[in-house]
Structure formats: structure tokens, C-alpha cells
Design a protein. Sequence first.
Lengths: 111, 408
Amino acid sequence: MSIEVNGTSYATDENGYLLNLGEWTEDVAKKLAEVEEIDMTEEHWNLVNFLRGYYEEYQIAPAVKILTKAIANEKGMDKKDASEFLYKLFPKGPALQACKVAGLPKPTGCV
Amino acid sequence: MSKKIVVLGGGTGGTIVANNLRRHLPKDWEITLIDRDDRHIYQPGMLFVPFGIQKANTLVRSRKKYILPDVNFVIDEITHIDPDKKEVKTKKHKFSYDFLVISTGCKVVPEENDGLMEAWGKNAFSFYTIEGAEMLHKKLKEFDGGKLVMNIAELPFKCPVAPIEFVFLADWYFKNRGIRHKTEIEFVTPLPGAFTKPKASAVFIESAKSKNIKITTSFELNAVNGKEKYIESIKGDKVSFDTLVVVPSTIGDKVISDSGMDDGIGYVPTHHNTLKALKHDGIYVIGDATNVPTSKAGSVAHYEADVVVFNIMSEIHGVKPEEIYDGHSTCFIVYSKGTSSLIDFNYKIEPLHGMFPAPKFGPFSLLKETKMNWYGKLGFEWLYWNVLLAGRHLGAPPTLVMAGKEVG
């Protein structure tokens, strides 16, 4: 499978995750978000950039718990509000949907 | 080099590594293993305790007894790791090292889940500690019908197949007691399926269906309400229960986060294939303490031990560590007292059908409920205490073997 952005074709896996992390650009992210029916706001971009930074540093997508903690710290929210905030941005789940837009491989959870 | 190796944590991974290194290295290498207590728990057995299949006191043995005498075993609380100074502090001592092996594991923290402690031991239970498993055993003995819910609070958690085994065993147990017809069983998970790997997930969902076990997926636990007997997800969905069995939130050891070496939840960022700490030289990480994307399970710690020993030996001989580990994991999945399934997989290859460990002959069948697999599960306990912990080899490589597996 693949997606088309500005006349260039980018390979994805069968679930629509970008195969080559290095091919990610903001335009590619916009296209991936469009497929997921997500309107990218600044908050979306912040999260996507956090995910990419984390992946670069740790070579793995962060657990949802890490995302929630980071948001709770940054915004001064409690855990529940931070979780709700995350799900508002990416309704199908921050792990699956946000990682897709960020160009990371599909998270495998703990198994 | 001062020739000192320090191993933190004497569970499955730490014990195997310490023993194995002791066998490989000459006497001028000093190997120290530190743990807070002398209680080695055979963790796979905890699943059996609630159903009365195994007694809790048979699961605990002395760590010291399984550590070679030439390994310096220290019982003390580890308080700080300083990767720059290459030094570990405990309450009473200080240890310097050339190589450090972190095998500090992970633990459940029910106090992190809203409302769980209020219901703890009343109508909410867990079998992830010895004490918890015993409490649940008492509860299940008194159980006289109603709704049993098995919930996984969040990812990552330890032994991803255990909750599935728990509901299968509950089905068997309640049938045995003649109360299955008045018992509802529901499995509530944050995962999008019964398991993350598609083929195995499909098999487990089919098995659950045939046992009349309801599966609710993509449920991120927000709070437990023991008084009104329901759990609520972040999205606001509710699942009611009479008895709740939960895998609480799980985090890595406090000393990892206190030393500023963790990924945010207590696990050490670890190279997926060399098992070296990503940010520190001279440190290897093994078992539940790593953040590598495979199961937090004993088989993983065991396979990783071989790789960690190999790479430390390589570095001692001036060779770079090799990218050997592939995420290999092997797990029995018990269906009832007398039958079990088995899965074998790695980072890239999902569990497949076939025979294990020998092609055609097995004797174990993959992704299939058989009696032989159950005997394997039972026999494994002996193997664990008498062969594996000693760091002896079974003749198989630590990585996944494709022979015997059905592809496609």
C-alpha cells in the first residue's frame, strides 16, 4: 500500500502506517491525518513532535502512560484530564492514531 | 580494568546472567548480585494459586540456593546508580563496576489506579503478587455465581497472556464447581484485540467464544468503583462486575527512576538487539526492566540472558557487542487443568501454527490446545529451578527458530 503526497508515492503497511520513518514530512503528516479524518491543530502538532522526539531518543513509541504524564506535567492537568485531552485530539487512541500521523511504525504494545 | 561485574536483582534474568558469567569468567573477575531479599518467586505459578492448582508456599525458594557460591550475593536495598562514576549505592555499601547488569524487574502499583485500593481485597483482586493470589483464592472458593470481570488497567503489563489464561481457567474452574451456568465472565482489555498479534488474537477470540467469555476491547481504565461495582473507561464506558480481577498499572523499579535512567515509567531505554543501555556504556539491561517491545516474561529474560552474557564476554575481549536479540518469547497458554496451548514469536514474526521445538515431532503444538502442552507447562517448573537458573544450556539458540512453523 502507499499514499500520494504532492505527486510522490510513500509506502505504507497494510494498516496505513508509513514504512520508512525517514520519509516523513509535515505534508505527509497532513495526508496521514486526512485519512484519519483529523484536523491538525497546534496541539496535534505538539503531540506529533513529542512522539517523534521520543522515538528518536528511545527507539520505541512511548506508552500511553508516558504521554499522559508528559501532558499532565506540561498543562498542569490531572491524569484523567490529560487522558481525555489526548483522546479528544486522537479519538481512536493516542497510541494507534497519533503514532500513525507521526510516521512511527504501528505500536505493538507490550507483546 | 578492575574486573568487577555487578548484577542488580536476583530474579530470573539476574540469576541466570550471574551464574552464566561465573562459569565463563576466571576467578579474578568478581561478580556481585544484589537483591533486597532472599525470596525467589516462581512467577508463572501465581496464575494457578487462585484456582487451588498450586499452593503459594511452593512458589518461593531461597535466591541464594540458586546462585553459584562464587558469586557474591548481597541482600540490601539498592538506592542509587551512578552510570558516570560506574558506581552502585545500597543502604549499607557502595559497589564500583566495570559492567553493570540491570535486572530490577517491574511491579504492579494498584495505588496508581483510582478507586482500586478502596475495593482491594473486598471485590477487587489481583494474582500478580503472592499475597494477592492467595486472597483471590479465598474469594473464588466462596464465589457462588455472578459476574467476574478480568481487566488490564494499562500497557505495558507483565506476562501478556496471563489474563487470557485466567479467564480460560475461570471457565474451567466454575464448570468444575457446577456454577458456570450462573456465572458471567468478561475480559476487558485496553488492547484492540485479545492479544496484539493478529493470528494468536483470532485463535484466542475463537476459544473465548466457545467458552462463552465476553471480550471488551480498547477499554482504557479510568477508575474502579467498588461500591457501585463497575469500572469506567476514559471515554466514559462502564462495565459492571461482582468480582473484579485486575492487572493494576505496572512500573519499573524505583531505583531506576530515582537515578534518572528511566523512560518515564521506570524502564531503562535499551537497545533492542544488543540489550545495552542506550545512553550508558558498560550497562546491560535484561527482562522486565527493559523498554524493548516484547513480552515482559520469564522466557524473554532467559533468552536475553544468553545475549547479555555473550556481549559482556565480547566487550571483555575487546570486541563490540553484537545485535543478536530478536525479541524472542515463548509462552504456554493454559486453557484448563490438563490442557494448554503454546506460542513462540519475536519482534517481527507473530505466533504461528506448527510444532515446537522439533519440526514434525514437537512434542509441543503451537497455537493449539493439547494435553502434551500441559505436561510441558508442568515439567517446565522443574526445568526452571534445576537447569535454567543455573545458566545451563538447553542446546537451543536464544533467537526464534522457523523450522517447525507453518508460514502463510
